[in-house]
Every structure is written in C-alpha cells, then in structure tokens.
Design a protein around this ligand. Structure first.
Ligand code: MG
Length: 590
C-alpha cells in the first residue's frame, strides 16, 4: 500500500519557534494507515506495515544534490570561518583565509578544528589542491580530513602524482588506499561524501572499531572500511578510549589547499525514544504479566527523572512490565520536556493494564491523544502525579480534545477535574518555601495503599484542591510545613485547618463507558521521591490499579539506586535540552 507523508517542511523549519502548536514532524498514523495484525518482522519490534511504527522525519533536501539538507549542520558556507578555530587552542579565530567562497590553508598558520563535536556522521566536504603544481608525492596539495581529530581521510593532489598507495587522496591515511583514484586535476574541485561510524568502547576495551565509507566524486572508494586505529605516520597506533564525539580537523600540511561547502549530519542511532523495562524474571513477583505505562512530560518537576526510577523499582522489585514515555523533540529524538506537542510511544497504552502520568500542559496532536481516549474509554486504571491534575492545555489550538484542556468550560476543568478529581487551582503552600508533609487520613488508615506508608515528606508545596467530589477517598492530607526541612513545624492557622487532600482514590467514567479507577497525589517532584514512603505509596497504588490490592505487601520494597540524584524542580530554558541531547536510556538510574 502506498502512503503519502504529510509534508510539513515549513512547520519543521519553524519547529523551535512554534512550541505551542502541534507540528507533525512525523506523519500521524491514522485509521487504515498501516496494520496491527500482520506478522512480526524478525527482531520482534514491529509488524509488517506496522501502523504504529514512527514515520521518518521530513527533511528538505538541498536545492541541488550536494547542498546541505535542512537537518545538516553547515560548517562552511563560503562566508565565514566562525564554526572553526585553530586546533588545540582556545582561540576564537581560525587563521585561514576565505577567497572566492572557499576557505584556504594559510601554510604553517595551523590546523583547524570544528568548534562543534560529532560522532557518527555523514560529512560532505569539497576540496581543491593548488592550480599551480609545486612539489611531489606527499608535498603536493597535502591536507586531510581528520575525523574526531584521529581518523584521517587523506586530501592530496593525486592527479599524476605518485606517492605511496595508503597516502594518496581518499586513502585512510597509512592504512587503506582507495579502491580507485578518481582525483580531479589540480585547481578543480573534488567532492567527498563520508559516512563515518565512531568506534565504541566499553571501559578501556574497544568493542567496535571506527568505520568509514568514502564516496569520492560520486565513486565509492572506501566501503565500510574499519580503521586499524587512529592516523599515524610511519607507524601503527592502537585505539585508546576517547569520548563518543570529537571535532572535525582540517590539516595544515604547508600547502594552500582549499575547502568549500562543508556540512555534516549527525547520524541517529536507530533506537526508540522511550524505555522498555520488562519485569524481573522471578515468576513469584506479583506484578508478572502486568504492563504499566509511565508518561512523563512536564517542564518543572523533572518527571523525566522520576518515572524511569519508579519504573525500575516496579519492574525489578515487583515484576511489572514497564514502559516509560517522554516529551521528545522530533528533530533530535532526544528528551525535551519543554516540547509540549510530542510524546512518542503512546500506542503502548493500548495494551497496558495501568498508566502513571506526570504530564503538564501538553498539547499533543489528535493521533497521540487518541491513545489516551481509548484508554479511558475502556475504564482502565490510572495514577496522576503532581502536575497531571492539569495534563493538557490546548488553548487557542485546533484539536478534537479542546474539552480536555485544564481550563475547559464545556467539560469543566477538563481531563484533570473530570477524570482525576481536580484541575490546576493554586499553590496552597508557598512554592519553594513551604514543604509538604503527608498526614494519614484517619478515616482511610486501613486502606492497603497506605501499607508501610508512615512518613511522607517532600519539598514540593501543597496544591490547592477544591473540586474533589465527596465520593473520592482521601488517603493523605497535605500539611503545609513552615520551611523546607523535615524538622520544620507545621504552619499555624488556616492553611492547615482544614488540610488539603494530598492523595486520593476515586472512580471515573468517560463517555458512558465502563467505570475506571484513579489514584492521585499532588506530590511528585523528582526530589520528592527521595522519600521512601512516597515511593512506596506509588508502588502500592500500582498494585491497587492492577487488581493486586490483596497482594500489597505490608512493607513494599522500594529500594532506589544511590545514583538516583534528581534535579531540583524549576523551569529550564530551551537551550538546556537542545545542548544536553538526553536520550531516554540516559535517564535510567544505574
Ligand atoms: Mg594529510
């Protein structure tokens, strides 16, 4: 079957400027587009023509082949050397010159390196040796493209110029000659398209060597060739461990060689932008066979750090199959909680037994929202942490889910108030000034969700809760504390009299479907979960959601890795996530 991708090039180009709008960087899977019952492809991840398989990101090609496509990093466009510096120095100025739109080596001024670092890449670079032929062998138009500052693809005037084979143009210098010599005459432009895979190390050990494919003037001359080690002259160097990215280095070998049209595309690892954590193999663990999907995506309370930690506890210590989803910038496929219109992997909700959500003000496209709707239409159980009382915000946007907005009038308070029991109302305690202690509601103290839960405390403040229906069962009340320390006393007066609900359970019903159950706590900053009993509350609630109420342990195991060092809550600017390039897998506490 054929499929016309939704081309949204303008939206992609504006992607960073249009955060509040749903930009379909990936074309939406829709009804009839793809299949859900075809055989699994070998490898077991996707079905043949899988409806849910993410669509490739739309990239606008260069105006002609060889010009940078829209997702390339341009290192030289004929105008400026700003992307370059003198190698091995902090100097901001590159000592070469620009002439006729090309950068030219100023002999003996120094080798250049890109200011930005790259690992696996597609590199396009054009070069020309001096028209006036001087010298011979390695002395004629010598330069080099030295990837990661270590792995050299030789640049040389190899037109009617004899030199040793592993040192001519397009050789992996000192190791492998090119398959053929297609070098243009001196003064004319040559084109390299290089696909480079960085070596991989585990500790001190090399587990995969560097590999280069080189196309020279349109001709394949190095075919997935494994480097023996870093470049050396008159010797062989072994691999030594180095970072996963490094600069692109252009060599000053004393000849005025020229370069132009340099661009690079970082190659994506083909990994899903979510985390799958199968339950531990011990068949006696109560959670075996139950699937829990944890949905992060809030700008402030670092749910992208908290949920992988909770999933690790639920899977390793209780046997639940867990999937953790994230707000993902589709351009980089990395985690960006400020990117409010994309959470890939929501199709995992379709066969989930329970959901734990910690989203805030998301504006997801309809095709992603449809998975939430299916979930609640079937009355499946869900838990809401902290900001997930106001999980969606579609203000001013065209969507079928306008009513789900936190401030909806038509369906008052939207998804939060209608399903979870409250929408965003207020900070009741002073934000970042008055911490929260969880006080057990005497009327609910025998509820098994409170098994082993005695001392809940966290630095996030008590939320104002005013819409909770009387049918909800309040488990914990939120005591506002006078400061931020567990030893600080309760605030006196009205704030704690009465106390706000802090954790509750209730039923919900969506669109006359079957009844479902909800657990909610308005605590849930990543730092709150340093508190053992708060972690236990969530684990117990997961048992309750998945029909394992009578198996809730008296004192559920909630051991957390000492490497769980959550960031304190607060907003982060766009630059933070675009520069950090956090992959979901990086967020699993080791
Ligand atoms: Mg060289």
């Amino acid at each position: 079957m054929t499929y016309l991708p939704l081309r949204c090039a303008v939206a992609i180009a504006l992607v960073s400027a249009c955060l509040p709008f749903p930009c379909f960087a990936q074309s939406p899977p829709g009804p009839g587009v793809g299949y859900t019952t075809t055989p699994m492809l070998p490898g077991g991840k996707w079905r043949v023509h899988d409806q849910h398989r993410p669509r490739p990101t739309v990239v606008t090609p260069g105006a002609s082949v060889g010009l940078p496509p829209s997702d390339a990093t341009v290192l030289f466009d004929g105008q400026s050397l700003d992307a370059w510096k003198k190698s091995g120095t902090d100097s901001e100025k590159a000592p070469w010159v620009i002439r006729d739109g090309a950068m030219e080596v100023v002999p003996n001024s120094g080798t250049l390196e890109s200011k930005e670092s790259f690992g696996d890449m597609q590199l396009h670079i054009e070069w020309a040796t001096p028209e006036k032929v001087e010298g011979n062998s390695q002395g004629r138009g010598n330069s080099g493209v030295i990837i990661m500052g270590r792995y050299e693809i030789q640049v040389l005037d190899s037109y009617n110029n004899d030199t040793y084979a592993d040192g001519q143009a397009a050789s992996i210098y000192g190791q492998f000659p090119p398959q053929v010599n297609v070098t243009n005459p001196p003064g004319q432009w040559n084109v390299y398209d290089i696909i480079f895979e960085a070596p991989r190390f585990e500790g001190d050990k090399l587990v995969k060597p560097a590999r280069s494919t080189v196309i020279h003037n349109g001709v394949l001359v190095q075919n997935a060739r494994e480097h023996i080690g870093p470049m050396n002259h008159q010797d062989v160097s072994p691999y030594t461990p180095h970072p996963s990215t490094g600069p692109i280095v252009l060599q000053d070998h004393g000849n005025p060689t020229r370069f132009k049209n340099i661009w690079v595309r970082s190659l994506r690892e083909e990994v899903d932008p979510w985390i799958v954590m199968p339950g531990a193999s011990d068949a006696s663990l109560p959670g075996k066979g139950k699937k829990v999907v944890l949905v992060s995506g809030d700008e402030e309370y670092r749910s992208e750090e908290a949920l992988p930690m909770l999933a690790k506890i639920l899977s390793e210590q209780h046997g639940f199959d867990c999937v953790v989803l994230f707000a993902i910038n589709p351009d980089t496929q990395t985690v960006d909680p400020n990117y409010s219109s994309n959470i890939p992997g929501l199709h995992h909700l379709d066969d989930a037994d329970a959901m734990i959500m910690a989203t805030r003000f998301r504006a997801l496209p309809d095709w992603q929202m449809a998975h939430f709707e299916k979930f609640v239409s079937e009355g499946k159980p869900l838990a809401s942490l902290r900001t997930s009382t106001h999980p969606f915000n579609f203000s001013g946007q065209k969507t079928s889910y306008q009513n789900w907005s936190w401030n909806s009038q038509d369906w008052p308070g939207g998804f939060g108030q209608q399903i979870i029991g409250e929408t965003w109302h207020s900070h009741h305690g002073v934000h970042n000034g008055e911490a929260t202690r969880g006080v057990i509601n005497e009327d609910a103290k025998s509820d098994p969700i409170l098994n082993g839960v005695k001392d809940v405390f966290g630095p996030s403040d008590v939320y104002g809760v005013v819409h909770l229906p009387s049918t909800a069962k309040v488990l914990l009340l939120g005591q506002v504390v006078k400061g931020m320390k567990p030893t600080d006393p309760p605030v006196e007066g009205d704030k704690n009299s009465p106390m706000m609900p802090l954790a509750w359970t209730k039923d919900y019903q969506y669109d006359n479907g079957p009844k479902g159950k909800v657990f909610c706590t308005t605590m849930g900053a990543a730092v709150d979960f340093l508190n053992e009993d708060l972690r236990r509350l969530i684990v117990n609630a997961t048992y309750w959601m998945t029909g394992l109420e009578d198996k809730i342990p008296e004192q559920a195991s909630v051991q957390v890795s000492e490497n769980y060092k959550p960031s304190y809550f607060g907003f982060r600017d766009a630059k933070f996530f675009s520069s950090k390039k956090i992959r979901p897998v990086d967020l699993i506490p080791k």
